[in-house]
Design a protein around this ligand. Structure first.
Ligand SMILES: [Zn+2]
Length: 350
């Protein structure tokens, strides 16, 4: 009896060993590519589009003699102070919210002007607010004015008012943490670096407009991230990530890598931008230069229509580098490197 039990224990532990070995070999591939691939599987095509509830052409009374693209009649008693206008660049959606919304705005009030650049529009009530949502065909800045019970809006191409337009992406966010090592999430490191970069641009007095895919713990879809760059026709698209060893285990592997689009054969290419990013981040952080990586397997790189570089600042699977990445001083150095890279790219003509 004992012998049979012993035999089974041996057989079972043998099988268990094989399973463990196989899973260690195949599963903990928490390397960046694997993480991003999993995310893109879930998210591609999952844009947060607002349902078209009205045909813009049918709703907007075409009128050419207006001194604005749109004239939106506001319900009686609604003045400038009762209206809130939000421009969500990530989804290219304008929300015009007014207190005490009416039931069916479109049937009772007029929108005049031109429906050009409006991909879809909707009106809905959100609690006690009426909301007109306009989804635009690209990123626009707005010029608004109020006059005699109406709101006048113009859509302005950012390139008409800024010298340079950049999109900066902090990788992952919210439930998508990226790699997690010793309780430190990649999403938080990426965001911390981007927030330091934002400080540098906030103090920059040049006419540079930076659009961020996120400035807090949110998780725009991969498609929204890349579309922000495409629809702003950005001069540069920079995505900030941190790396993990392919095994997922702590190792001696450390340093900075930058991914680029190998299919981009423009003179001011993704690869050249990646080189500039790599050099500058290594310069300010003192990290090891681990070179460039082809990145067309990554959705946001492959589908970017503008020069893109995905910077893997450091390895979270290296104890020393994880400590550095988690420190404000190193995050600042990384941000300075990216800032310097952007300036060098502009000098190169991007
Ligand atoms: Zn990442």
């Amino acid at each position: 009896m004992d012998e049979i039990v012993l035999k089974w224990v041996t057989v079972l532990s043998g099988i268990l060993t094989v399973i463990v070995c196989v899973s260690v070999f195949f599963f903990p591939d928490i390397h960046e590519r694997a993480v991003l691939a999993a995310e893109q599987q879930k998210e591609v095509g999952g844009g947060n589009l607002i349902a078209t509830t009205a045909n813009p052409k049918a709703v907007v009374e075409q009128s050419k003699d207006l001194n604005a693209q749109l004239k939106i009649a506001l319900p009686e008693g609604i003045s400038k102070a009762d209206v809130e206008i939000e421009n969500d660049y990530v989804t290219q959606t304008i929300y015009i919210k007014f207190a005490g919304g009416v039931d069916d705005y479109f049937e009772q009030y007029a929108i005049k002007g031109s429906s050009d650049h409006i991909a879809s529009m909707a009106y809905y009530k959100d609690k006690e607010e009426g909301v007109i949502a306009l989804q635009l065909d690209q990123v626009y800045e707005l010029k608004n004015r109020f006059k005699k019970g109406s709101l006048y809006i113009d859509f302005i191409d950012p390139h008409d008012i800024y010298d340079k337009v950049i999109v900066v992406d902090a990788g992952h966010g919210s439930h998508a943490a990226g790699a997690v090592k010793l309780g430190i999430s990649e999403k938080s490191l990426n965001l911390a670096i981007v927030q330091q970069l934002k400080k540098l641009f906030d103090e920059d007095k040049r006419r540079i407009r930076v659009y961020y895919t996120r400035t807090s713990d949110t998780n725009p879809t991969l498609d929204q991230r890349v579309q922000l760059a495409n629809k702003a026709n950005a001069d540069l698209f920079i995505s900030v990530h941190n790396n993990s060893d392919a095994t997922g285990n702590f190792t001696k592997v450390k340093g900075t890598q930058v991914m680029y689009s190998e299919s981009d054969d423009a003179k001011l290419s993704s690869k050249k931008l990646a080189e500039i990013c790599l050099k500058n981040v290594v310069d300010t952080t003192g990290s090891e230069n681990r070179g460039l990586l082809k990145g067309d397997s990554i959705y946001i790189i492959r589908t970017s229509k503008v020069p893109v570089a995905l910077i893997e600042v450091g390895f979270m699977t290296n104890y020393k580098e994880l400590d550095l990445l988690n420190s404000t001083s190193y995050q600042k150095k990384a941000a300075e490197g990216i800032y310097n890279a952007i300036n060098e790219a502009f000098q190169e003509g991007y």
